[in-house]
Design a protein around this ligand. Sequence first.
Ligand SMILES: Cc1ncc(COP(=O)(O)O)c(C=O)c1O
Length: 413
Amino acid sequence: MSKSFPKSGTPWADLKAQMQEMATSDIDWRHGRNGYNVFFAGPDVIEVIKEAYTMFQSENGLNQGAFPSLKTMEDEVVEMALDLFNAPEGAAGGMSSGGTESIILAVKSCRDRAKAQGKDVSKANLVIPYSGHPAFNKAGHLLGVEVIRTAIDDVTRLPDLGAYEAAIDDNTIMCVGSAPAFPSGLVEQIPEMSEIARARDLWFHVDACVGGYFAPFAELNGVELTPWDFRNPGVSSMSADLHKFGYASKGASTVLYRTAELHSFQATDFNVWPSGQMKTPTLAGTRPGGAIAAAWAVMNYLGVEGYTAKAKVILETRAKLEQGLSALGYTVYGASKLMIINFGYDGLDLFKLWAALNKRGWWPGATTEPPALHMMLTPAHEAAMDDFLTDLALATEEAKSDDAEKADEIRYS
Ligand SMILES: Cc1ncc(COP(=O)(O)O)c(C=O)c1O
């Protein structure tokens, strides 16, 4: 421990300078050098979310009686989301701090509803393809729900529906599909999966954390997808993150339910302590007002037209990247049509390739199965694409060498 709690204060100007200095070693996301983690839609969008966040940064999203402004904004964010995802009349939901929290909340609601219906949940499980996000295992661990992961096809990267169906047993309370899955960027077979669940009267969750606020706008640009949202009558709940392709400030996701009754199992209501009733809708107690405000602001600032225009830029950038990859001899894995692209070079050591790109100022993502690079394209990648392809060509040659430098590990943390 080298830094002790400061005895006296430091002027803000000095602190700001220190922080700016620290940020100089961070990846240059403003110029699209990142493969994930920041979703930059342009300086005007940053200005909107920054101001909106700042206006409500001190307000507490938990106390919406005291802050009706935040109640109005959260209610409207949810209504806009339900509209976007074709939810039926009577659907409900709320905001949370991110995809992981939305997923935990959906699993909690499902488990508590099953319990309320008199089911024995002591051995409850949920069934999810191998491609599903680790957040489901976090949820399972916390909530005492076993997570059964089922096979995906080696070539298509899509779930094997036979294996999925076969894994369901008497203890299954939830089935899950992703739209899209993070590793492949593929929208899974949601209509078939939701019917498998519906036929057994099981809760079906669509994890649209990464793509929920991208896919509808890709569809408006002509990308054809099988229906992946509440258009499927078997979909019980959905998670979709605003702090990804909603371009909101971090700490913003939506968790949505087909009915208010399903949603009613999400909150925790407690009153056996000296301060009376405390009903918290999410895992958090205090909630950042700024995250709600910034999400509301950016959704209204961009609107369908703005998001559709951003999606167009991303889709064009993807087409350019795919062309460049093919010229360099790369393989794109899975037939993803959205913003995630997973690509590898036969026989090339991924760890050497990653190091050679990183040395040139890039921070791509990666998959281990297949060993390949992985990028989530944002509007910022349009201007970066020529440089990326130039550096990828150089990095590919460099990584072929026996004594090329190797990254120790590639991990999402
Ligand atoms: C499909 C999917 N689900 C869930 C999550 C978790 O979201 P968060 O990192 O906001 O908790 C992610 C994050 O990338 C994701 O891609």
